[in-house]
Design a protein around this ligand. Structure first.
Ligand code: PMP
Ligand code: GLN
Length: 386
C-alpha cells in the first residue's frame, strides 16, 4: 500500500460491526437503521428489477432520477438543470471522493471540520491533497451544549493553498446542525478566498426540534462554487442501496463526472427509478421517520443520562455523543473496545474521527436509528456500567 493510504487500511465501522457480530452485541456503532424504507419505494425497485432495468443506466444517471433530484432541490428554492447540473453517484461517498479527485491536487489544502466522517481524510489523501482540520467546540458555559463551528479558527485556517472546504451538516458524529450565522460565515469566506465548498447533506431530512437544514448553495455567492452532495440512504432507510447525487454548475458537475466515470462508471440500475419515485412520493413518510428518530434520540439520550453519561444535545442525524467521564472513565476509545465483552453493546469512539484524539478521548458516539426494543435492551445493559 502506498504510504499516503497506510493510515486507512480498515474503517472503524467495519471493525465495530465485526466486533458486534463476534460478541453478539447490540450494534449502536455503525449507523444504519434496522427497519426498511417506504413500501412504495420497495415496490418500485421490485418493478424495475422485474421490468428489465438491469443493464447499465446512462452515465449521469437515469433522467427520471435527475429530474426528481432537481424537483427535490427546488424545495429549498434552488434550481438545477437535470441535464447538465445533476450527476447520480454510487452514494455520497463516491460523490465526495470524485469531487476531491476532480477538483484538488497535490499542494492544495482542503479544510475539513473535526470530528469528520471517516471517508473525508481518506478521499483527500487519495487526491494527494492535504487536509487542514478546524475543530468544532461544544457550546454552553458547562461545555456540554450543541457543538458549534469556531468561525475564527476557520478563518485562520484559510491560506493561499486552500482550494476547498468540506462541510457536513447535519453533522456526523455530533448531531449538530449549522445555523444561519455559521453558514453565512462559511459562505463569506468561500467567496472572499475563491474556495469551492463540497457539502455533505446526507442527513438533510433528519433534523429535530424545529431545526432547519439550509443548503450552503442557497447563500449569496455560493450557487456557483458549491458541490452539493446528498444520497437516498438516510432519507429512505436504504443505506445499502448507495444511490447518491451531486448538484452544481455544469462545469463542476462535468469535472466530478470525469473522475466518477472511471471509479464506477454507473451503478444501481434498478434502484435509481425507485429513488426517483421516493423523492417524488415518499417525503411524507420521511416526516414520520424524522419524528420517530427524534423520539428515539430522546429515548436513548434519557437512558444514557440515567446510566451516568453526560449527553450532548443532538439536533439531527442518527447519533448522540456522550461523555464517559462522569462514569469514572477517561478514555472512551479504550472503553469502546471493552464494552462488547463487558456489557454487550457497541459504540464508536469519537476520537477516531479526528486528528487530535487527546482532545476528543472522552466521547462515545451512539446510533439511535434502531427499534425501540433494541434501544431499551441497550439501555438496560449500559446501566450495568455504573
Ligand atoms: N456522509 C456522512 C456524513 C455519512 O454519515 C455517511 C454514512 N452513510 C455518508 C456520507 C455515506 O453516504 P452513502 O452511503 O450515500 O455513500
Ligand atoms: N455513515 C455510517 C456511520 O457513520 C456508516 C457508514 C459506513 O459504514 N461506512 O456510522
Amino acid at each position: 500500500l502506498v504510504p499516503r493510504l497506510r493510515p486507512f487500511t480498515s474503517t472503524i465501522f467495519a471493525e465495530m460491526t465485526a466486533l458486534a457480530v463476534r460478541t453478539g452485541s447490540i450494534n449502536l456503532g455503525q449507523g444504519f437503521p434496522d427497519t426498511d424504507g417506504p413500501e412504495g419505494m420497495l415496490a418500485a425497485a421490485k418493478d424495475a428489477l422485474y421490468g428489465g432495468a438491469n443493464q447499465y443506466p446512462p452515465g449521469p444517471g437515469i433522467p427520471e432520477l435527475r429530474e426528481a433530484v432537481a424537483r427535490h432541490r427546488a424545495r429549498y428554492g434552488i434550481d438545477y438543470d437535470p441535464d447538465t447540473e445533476i450527476l447520480v453517484t454510487a452514494g455520497a461517498t463516491e460523490a465526495i471522493t470524485a469531487a476531491l479527485l476532480a477538483l484538488t491536487e497535490p499542494g492544495d489544502e482542503v479544510i475539513v471540520i473535526e470530528p469528520y466522517y471517516d471517508s473525508y481524510a481518506a478521499a483527500v489523501a487519495m487526491a494527494g491533497a492535504t487536509r487542514r482540520v478546524v475543530p468544532l467546540a461544544p457550546g454552553g458555559t458547562d461545555g456540554h451544549g450543541r457543538f458549534l463551528l469556531d468561525v475564527d479558527a476557520l478563518r485562520a485556517a484559510v491560506g493561499p493553498a486552500t482550494r476547498a472546504i468540506l462541510i457536513n451538516s447535519p453533522h456526523n458524529p455530533t448531531g449538530t446542525v449549522f445555523g444561519t450565522a455559521e453558514l453565512s460565515a462559511i459562505a463569506e469566506l468561500c467567496v472572499r478566498h475563491d474556495l469551492i465548498a463540497i457539502t455533505d447533506e446526507v442527513y438533510e431530512h433528519l433534523v429535530f426540534d424545529g431545526a432547519e437544514h439550509r443548503p450552503l448553495a442557497t447563500f449569496p455567492g455560493m450557487r456557483s462554487r458549491t458541490v452539493t452532495v446528498s444520497s437516498a440512504g438516510k432519507t429512505f432507510n436504504c443505506t445499502g442501496w448507495k444511490i447518491g447525487w451531486v448538484c452544481s454548475t455544469p462545469e463542476l458537475v462535468a469535472a466530478v463526472k470525469a473522475a466518477k466515470q472511471f471509479m464506477t462508471f454507473v451503478s444501481g440500475g434498478p434502484l435509481q427509478p425507485a429513488v426517483a419515485y421516493a423523492l417524488d412520493h415518499e417525503l411524507a413518510w420521511v416526516d414520520g421517520l424524522r419524528d420517530s428518530l427524534a423520539a428515539k434520540r430522546d429515548r436513548l439520550g434519557a437512558g444514557l443520562t440515567e446510566a451516568g453519561f453526560t449527553v450532548h444535545p443532538s439536533l439531527g442525524t442518527y447519533f448522540v455523543c456522550a461523555d464517559v467521564r462522569p462514569l469514572g472513565f477517561t478514555d472512551a476509545a479504550q472503553l469502546a473496545w471493552q464494552l462488547p465483552e463487558r456489557i454487550g453493546v457497541v459504540a464508536v469512539p469519537v476520537s477516531v474521527f479526528t486528528d487530535h484524539p487527546e482532545q476528543w478521548r472522552h466521547l462515545l458516539r451512539f446510533a439511535f436509528c434502531k427499534r425501540d426494543e433494541v434501544l431499551d435492551e441497550a439501555i438496560e445493559r449500559l446501566r450495568k456500567l455504573a
